[in-house]
Ligand binder design. Sequence first.
Ligand SMILES: CC(=O)SCCNC(=O)CCNC(=O)[C@H](O)C(C)(C)COP(=O)(O)OP(=O)(O)OC[C@H]1O[C@@H](n2cnc3c(N)ncnc32)[C@H](O)[C@@H]1OP(=O)(O)O
Length: 464
Amino acid sequence: MALKQKGSADAAASAASKRRRVGFAGIDAGTEANDCMQVFIARNSDDVGSEDSISLEPFDLNHFFGEDGKIYGYTDLKINVWISAISLHAYAEISFKETSDGGKGITDLKPVLQNIFGENLVEKDEFLETFSKECDYISDVVKNGTPIKHDASDEDDLAVEIVRVELQGAAAFLYSRLISLVLLLVEGSTPIDITEHGWEMLLVVKKAAAESSASKYQLLGFTAFHHFYRYPESTRLRISQILVLPPYQGEGYGRRLLESINSIAESENIYDVTIEDPSDYLQYVRSSIDCLRLLTFEPIKPALGDMILSLEGTNLSKRTGSLTMAPPADLAETVRLTLKINKKQFLRCWEILIYVHLDSEDRKCIDNFRACIYDRTKGELLGGASGTNGKRLVQMATSFDEESSFAVYWTKEGADSDDQTVEQQPEDLKTQEEQMNELVENQIDEIVEVAKNVRSRGKDKLTA
Ligand SMILES: CC(=O)SCCNC(=O)CCNC(=O)[C@H](O)C(C)(C)COP(=O)(O)OP(=O)(O)OC[C@H]1O[C@@H](n2cnc3c(N)ncnc32)[C@H](O)[C@@H]1OP(=O)(O)O
């Protein structure tokens, strides 16, 4: 890590100006880490020190820096970090005009950077050497792994492979170097405990085009997944972390990782596949893939067709009864047995597949669809479409998501009316209704987004 102090002016003048500032300025307001820190990928030694190299956009750097995410005591602070694409080592260059304690101390940057980059963080000379010394670092892991076969589509780059490795030895070492990227780019992530048995990784790697290239393989992304025992004698696969490096995102590698996990699950007769806290975008990619698989899955077709006819033929705006969109009970099991899609994910896909087949111009039909989502959501949150079981929904601002965090709490509504201490006011009902509608709208937006992708990518399957 290099500490550069730029523009060190005349010491006496500087000290005098500092004294003046201490005398008249308020307490140091600090600098947000996001405003002064940048992270780059260095593919070769020429990229080191250059702000033109590939820039990563970490989702949030502030949370690494104290409670308020701020850095104190620096003027014109700049922290540039380069991560080697070859060895995943990191080198940090820190520059600032001056430091002064403006009432909040001077943040010690070294431990914070070590928290993020751990042992990957090295000095410049060592970092530069990695480009010649660690050329085989990724190849060594790849050659001990098993390539996953897949039917290449026209979109696929044939130089890209998916390789399966057990999280042991060199692969475990590679994961430990990947942790800093995971911390920076996967929101809310924590390192997995690789000492536990049953962890594996899939790596997305690209063979270098030229023999002369420093490294034979370039790492584009990875997923870490775990085998969980399921009583009495099966195993579930749980995807714990998945990351495609920013320059390569949106090129189909996340999809290929998920498809590879599905093919492992099918060929090894795994119980089902789950994902730990998927991000919205990962959920979107996953649902798109699963819906496309389900479009050609014959056993769901009769029930899906019946459901679509019911929605087209009913008028739920009269609300004399309710229509549930749930699939027949045994269908989720049939889907799990063959496609290894877990029940919760199948229920999501089921609603998307219904929407895919509806005529979006048919107002009544779309209203019916919305009414079903509303009833399902209300039932899940408040304990049944026809009653609330005394449960109430309130919007709560949390650090997780201020806009859409809700809490359900119980009132004595369901008990004898004499016991009831809180009366529900009409205005409470209104906000509750508004919140329910907001929740339903969010779900419908997600359904529409995936349905759009499925309609465009599954055109041939829809007309078949
Ligand atoms: C459990 C967890 O780890 S949660 C955290 C997940 N990870 C992160 O958030 C880290 C940052 N993000 C990432 O690493 C990546 O963006 C990921 C892993 C979420 C997704 O991987 P990517 O490679 O970016 O996605 P991919 O390119 O495969 O898919 C992108 C798009 O192509 C679409 N697509 C491409 N091919 C297909 C196909 N054959 N069928 C369906 N959809 C396809 C996807 O649906 C998606 O659609 P869009 O163009 O409308 O956005």
